[in-house]
Ligand binder design. Structure first.
Ligand SMILES: [Zn+2]
Length: 230
């Protein structure tokens, strides 16, 4: 089978959507159309048969009056019926044509809406994949034994998740507002005392707090801060 180009696929799906709508019209109007068509054929057949009828061909037609009475009472009404049936058929065909045109429009609209929805869905999926990869990378960095190389992305992550504008963050210990770029990446429990690089053990602090804290754990430091204040 020949491979389809993007444009051909587009046309293929568009055609499908339109055909579906046209089929809907077809099944809704098909019965009515067949009935009207049948009635029109019957009306003309009846008229044709009447034209062949006995009185016109028989010897009686030579008798004055018979011919014209038959014309007036039988042929004319039948001809009239046939013309009415003609109009009914052409009206139905016009309506059918309009509905088909509308179906074409609706089909295209359906297709474009569905296409848009699929696009949004695949974008959302791509976003979820990106988010998952980002999480994987952070988890990898958390376990990385070399904090030096892991520190920057982890710090960036903390800034992004803690700062409202990406510019300023609150010191984890003294709550002072500081420039995000000047914050220090802090281990609540220092590595030297069994702490790790997990996000739960990381915080952003101002430089003074970071220096003052030294090798203390978060609990020890906060206790000391409390003592210092009172
Ligand atoms: Zn501080």
């Amino acid at each position: 089978m020949k491979r389809r180009t993007r444009k051909q696929w587009y046309q293929y799906h568009l055609d499908n959507a339109q055909r579906q709508e046209k089929n809907r019209v077809e099944s809704a109007m098909g019965g009515e159309l067949r009935a009207v068509k049948g009635a029109q054929q019957l009306a003309w057949k009846a008229y044709m048969e009447a034209m062949q009828h006995e009185p016109l061909k028989s010897r009686m037609q030579s008798l004055v009056g018979i011919d014209s009475i038959y014309r007036k009472d039988v042929l004319s009404p039948l001809e009239n019926d046939a013309k009415v049936a003609d109009r009914a058929l052409s009206d139905a065909l016009i309506r059918y044509g309009a509905l088909l045109k509308e179906a074409e429009k609706n089909g295209a609209e359906n297709y474009h809406l569905a296409r848009e929805a699929r696009k949004l869905e695949s974008e959302a999926r791509a976003q979820r994949v990106t988010q998952r990869r980002y999480e994987q990378r952070l988890r990898y960095l958390e376990k990385s034994p070399a904090l030096r190389s892991a520190a920057r992305p982890l710090k960036e992550h903390l800034i992004q998740s803690q700062s409202k504008d990406g510019q300023f963050i609150e010191c984890y210990y003294c709550q002072k507002l500081i420039a995000a770029g000047e914050s220090h990446l802090e281990h609540k429990r220092p590595i030297s005392r069994g702490g790790d690089n997990r996000r739960g053990n990381l915080a952003l602090s101002c430089a003074p707090c970071n220096l003052r804290k030294g090798r203390k754990t978060q609990e020890e430091f906060l206790r000391d801060l409390g003592k210092g204040k009172t």
